[in-house]
Design a protein around this ligand. Structure first.
Ligand SMILES: [Fe+2]
Ligand SMILES: [Fe+2]
Length: 317
């Protein structure tokens, strides 16, 4: 941030205020409360039975989504390194980094407990994927602190939406309750970063506007580098757990509206330029999202029609 070298320090009081706010409203919860332990049993190593796919009550879609969500949560050491490097370890920023990390760790703990106890996914596959993904780690590149604030504002909300919608496709009230609980945390994380972003816009409107545009245009989920992500994200999009429409309607636009990005009158030429690029990008994304949803509806109708015609002889006979 060449023109605002002290932005992090300038934001410190806002961080302190939002940290207090977060600590006051975040409710304590315990992963163990959400796990149906009575369903658990030993694996072959201890004389029981190893995992077999038919033991899982989850659909392939729910499995793919839970797997992706958990692996994404698992890469926490990388995210911690990212934000500790950008925001520092001192003062309110440092306290936030620690608290956020502790809360995020709970998500991975709870999801893993659930999946292993209920035999929702293959624990061997899960462990191998975790080893692989964590070994390569996550690297957001050379984002500035400002870009990081913009990115995580959207990313936390994206995580909220995908956990919430994953809960719905599990058709399991236990998983649904757990994922709803996790998504509440993600929402509070989003609120924290969004408020810091709002303050940054007031302090340094042009630079913040540029950071927002760049992060919206280049947005990628943190899990994008995990093995099989393309396939999983297609399954996730097909099921409406997370897709372009949701990304536009429920992630990008609510945050941008909160920041009053398109109503601001305090931008200079650089900020205006960034805002114009953002508007053009959003218009194209909106159109793309509509095309995606239309195509998906056509595909679903085709599949339903095929199922109907397959079923016809039975009904007739
Ligand atoms: Fe999380
Ligand atoms: Fe989060």
């Amino acid at each position: 941030m060449p023109s605002s070298p002290h932005l992090l320090e300038e934001l410190e009081p806002v961080v302190a205020e939002n940290l207090d706010r977060h600590l006051a409203i975040a409710q304590e919860w315990h992963p163990h409360d959400y796990i149906p332990w009575s369903e658990g049993r030993d694996f072959a190593f201890l004389g029981g039975e190893d995992y077999a796919p038919e033991q899982s009550r989850l659909s392939d879609t729910a499995k793919a989504a839970m797997f992706t969500n958990l692996l994404t949560e698992d890469n926490l050491p990388s995210y911690h390194r990212e934000i500790a490097t950008r925001f520092g370890r001192d003062g309110a920023w440092g306290t936030w980094v620690g608290r956020w990390t502790a809360e995020e760790n709970r998500h991975g703990v709870a999801l893993r407990d659930y999946l292993v106890v209920t035999r929702g996914v293959d624990p061997v596959e899960l462990e191998r994927a975790r080893m692989d993904y964590m070994t390569s780690g996550y690297d957001s590149g050379d984002k500035t602190a400002l870009e990081t604030v913009a990115y995580v504002s959207f990313q936390e909300l994206a995580t909220r939406v995908s956990h919430r919608n994953t809960g719905k496709v599990t058709h399991d009230p236990v998983a649904d309750k757990l994922l709803a609980r996790i998504s509440k945390d993600e929402n509070l994380h989003m609120v924290f970063y969004r408020n810091i972003g709002a303050a940054a816009l007031d302090i340094a409107p042009d630079e913040t506007m540029r950071a927002i545009t760049d992060e919206v245009v280049g947005f990628e989920m943190p899990g994008a580098t995990m093995a099989g992500f393309r396939r999983s994200s297609m399954i996730i999009a097909k099921a409406g757990i997370y897709d372009l429409r949701l990304h536009y309607d429920e992630v990008l636009m609510p945050v941008l509206r909160h920041w009053k990005v398109f109503e601001r009158t305090d931008l200079g030429p650089d900020g205006e330029q960034a805002r114009e690029e953002l508007a053009a990008f959003l218009a194209e994304l909106d159109a793309q999202a509509t095309r995606f949803v239309d195509r998906r509806a056509e595909n679903r109708a085709r599949v339903a029609a095929r199922a109907d015609s397959d079923a016809t002889p039975d009904i007739a006979s």
